[in-house]
Structure formats: structure tokens, C-alpha cells
Write a protein that binds this ligand. Structure first.
Ligand code: GMT
Length: 377
């Protein structure tokens, strides 16, 4: 089979869509395909992982001109991508997130007459930002004109058709997790740095945006703490971090909550934990929940968006309605009070992650989508 030469556009900060783009690019490069990331900075999880056989990184240039009241970054993105397409012989661009990436990729396609666009919809590009009047038509255009469109859950595909009133065919390709890297961590000395042996260790990982309902994480944890000894790890950063810390302080539980900030090798702490909390109001998939499941950590989450397609309620975790802190707290207690329940659900969670969401199952679906788009075999 001929090897491919693709460009990838994705968000570069901490966030699931950039993680999926990065891990996919790394796996595809490892199979001998040329992969060119194009962005304003090296994507979060790609740092230190570019190599002589790829993936490669090309920085988007910027240009300041007194007359321009804004930097117009999508024009620079389209320009740099067009350069990379022409200079590197790129055959196809994979844009993760409809705006601005699919828009920039379609622009580069129009400039070069090459590199059809595969767009992967990840979530708020459809459910929040893209549906805003300020972006609606641009997002709809990106979805309609991309040469192939995928979504990370059935929920998101349906939501896209509904929000944008489009008949566009959308292929569902689930996210994946590296179960070798995301695995249980049995390191009592490391765990002791965060919790005593008799304390339950709960964890939340996100980019602390309003959709994550971080206040519900704190309130759920407070409910758990009133019933049993516990600690909470908060991993990540974003606008809701300080309000979450203040809430923990107001509730008098701040000494039980550790904010660790944002770092790429999150598996080290996920694998030590007993329970993952994800009370989001919107979540097209919930990659962080899948990473926890792969580490044998059961999930307590809101029944939002695509989460039920990932976490099977009653088997690998428990779900409650969005905003139902009492329900989330009860669910967490049901799992944490009985070790056998926690272990059984944790094992079921890992089994599901390995069987349903392994890269060997998902990556070929993307490669097939690329080949179909290029009409290659
Ligand atoms: O759409 C977003 O909010 C950002 C995006 C990201 O880059 O983190 O998150 C989305 O994509 C992830 C990867 O596919 C999914 O796991 C997240 O569920 C999804 N976030 C939301 O839907 C809120």
C-alpha cells in the first residue's frame, strides 16, 4: 500500500482535540506515512516527540502591519499550510475542529488546487462556538465543503446535522486511548504524596472551562468528604480554576484539594486514582474519561452528549443528570464505599477501553477515510 503524506491542523493547547490529533499523527507517522503538523506552536502533547522520520512541525508565521487592527491568524494559517502542501507534496489535510482549522484548510486547498480536506468535528466547534451567530455560516460552510467529515461520537454527528440543518454525511470515528501508556499505576510511595492509604483519591482532569462545571466537581467532592476520608486532585488549568479553588476554600475543604496545573503525562496521576469525576454540561466524547477508564479508574459523570457512548452506566461507571450534584455524590459513594464495586467497575472500564477504543481499532478507520478521500487503495 502506498504511504500517505498528510498535513494536520489542530489546537495546540491542552485539550482533547489536540491530543487526538497528536496521538493520531504519531501513530500514522510510525507506520511510515509523512505527517506535517502546521500550527502557531508545537501541540501540547507533541513537544519532544517530533523525530527525523516525523511527525514534522511547521510554524505558522505572523505579520504585523499598522493598518491591520487584528493579526488575521487564519490567513497566515492558510498561507503557511499552502506553502507546506506545495513544498512537501502533501496529499491531504486533516483539520481537527471546524473553525478555524477546516476553514483555513479549505482556503489552502483553493490556493493550491491540492490537498482535499478531512475535517474531524470534536465538540464545541458544533455545540457552542460554531453555532454562535458570529461563526454559524463559516462553520456550516466548512462542514459542507470539507471533502470528508468525521465526528467523535454519534451524538455529535446527530447534533451537527440538527444545528446546521445539513444532510452532510458524517462518519463517526470514536476517539482512542493508548492502553499501554494509560494503565493502572501501583506506586504506594507516589500515591502517598497525594493521599493516605485509608483515603479515597478522586481526580478531575480538564481545561477548566465553564462547560466542565468544575464547581460541581468541588461540591460532589465535598459531599463525598462528609461521608468518608478522601482527597481530590485537580489537573489542568483554565478560567474556572481560581473560582474552583475559592469554592473549596469557602467550603473549608481546600486542604483536601490539590491543584496540579497542566502537564502532558497525566497518566502518572490518573493511574493512582480511585475515581474520575466529569460533571460537564456538554461533552461530545470525554477523552479524559476514556483515559481514566484505561487506567482502571471508574468514572462518575454527567449524562451529557456522547458520554454515555463511552461510559456504560452501571458497568464502567455511573452517570447522573447534568447539575445533579446529589446524584453525582451518591454515585461516587456507591463506588467508593465498596472496594469490590470499585475494583469490578475499574476492571470493566479498562476492558472497555482496550476492546472498544484501542488505536488498532480506530486508526485504520482514519487511514481508510484518507484513502477514500484520495480515491486510493
Ligand atoms: O470542543 C471543545 O470543547 C474542545 C475539545 C478539545 O480540544 O478539548 O474538546 C472536545 O474534543 C474532545 C476530543 O475529541 C472530546 O473528548 C471532548 O468531549 C470535546 N469537548 C466538549 O465537547 C466540551
Amino acid at each position: 500500500m502506498t504511504s500517505l503524506n498528510i498535513a494536520v491542523l489542530c489546537h495546540t493547547g491542552a485539550g482533547g482535540s489536540g491530543v487526538v490529533a497528536t496521538e493520531l499523527g504519531l501513530l500514522i507517522a510510525a507506520q511510515g506515512h509523512a505527517v506535517h503538523f502546521v500550527g502557531p506552536a508545537v501541540p501540547f502533547r507533541l513537544a519532544q516527540r517530533c523525530a527525523v522520520h516525523g511527525p514534522y512541525f511547521h510554524q505558522i508565521g505572523s505579520f504585523a502591519y499598522a493598518l491591520f487592527d487584528q493579526p488575521y491568524p487564519e490567513l497566515s494559517a492558510a498561507n503557511t499550510l499552502a506553502e507546506v502542501i506545495l513544498e512537501q507534496g502533501v496529499q491531504l489535510t486533516h483539520a481537527h475542529y471546524a473553525i478555524p482549522h477546516a476553514t483555513a484548510a479549505l482556503h489552502a486547498h483553493a490556493i493550491t488546487g491540492r490537498a482535499p480536506v478531512v475535517t474531524t468535528l470534536h465538540g464545541t466547534d458544533v455545540t457552542l462556538v460554531g453555532a454562535e451567530p458570529a461563526f454559524f455560516h463559516t462553520t456550516r460552510h466548512a462542514i459542507e465543503r470539507s471533502h470528508h467529515v468525521t465526528a467523535v461520537s454519534r451524538f455529535l454527528a446527530e447534533q451537527t446535522r440538527e444545528v446546521f440543518r445539513t444532510e452532510r454525511e458524517i462518519e463517526v470515528i470514536y476517539n482512542f486511548v493508548d492502553s499501554q501508556r494509560f494503565r493502572p499505576v501501583h506506586d504506594p510511595a507516589l500515591r502517598e504524596q497525594f493521599a493516605r492509604e485509608d483515603e479515597a483519591l478522586l481526580i478531575h482532569v480538564s481545561n477548566f472551562r465553564p462547560v466542565k462545571r468544575v464547581a460541581d466537581v468541588i461540591d460532589t467532592f465535598a459531599g463525598v468528604l462528609s461521608e468518608l476520608p478522601a482527597r481530590l486532585l485537580m489537573v489542568g488549568d483554565g478560567p474556572e480554576r481560581v473560582p474552583a479553588l475559592e469554592r473549596a476554600q469557602r467550603l473549608g475543604i481546600a486542604d483536601r484539594v490539590t491543584f496540579l496545573g497542566s502537564f502532558p503525562d497525566v497518566q502518572t496521576v490518573l493511574g493512582l486514582s480511585d475515581l474520575f469525576l466529569l460533571p460537564s454540561s456538554k461533552e461530545s466524547f470525554g477523552l479524559s474519561a476514556l483515559e481514566a477508564m484505561s487506567c482502571e479508574v471508574p468514572v462518575v459523570a454527567a449524562r451529557a452528549g456522547g458520554i454515555p457512548e463511552v461510559v456504560d452506566h452501571g458497568v464502567s461507571g455511573l452517570l447522573a443528570a447534568v447539575g445533579d450534584v446529589d446524584g453525582l455524590t451518591q454515585a461516587a459513594l456507591d463506588i467508593l464505599r465498596d472496594r469490590s464495586v470499585r475494583v469490578r467497575m475499574g476492571q470493566a472500564a479498562r476492558r472497555r477501553a482496550v476492546e472498544e477504543f484501542h488505536p488498532s481499532r480506530i486508526v485504520p478507520q482514519y487511514l481508510a477515510a484518507y484513502r477514500r478521500t484520495l480515491e486510493l487503495r
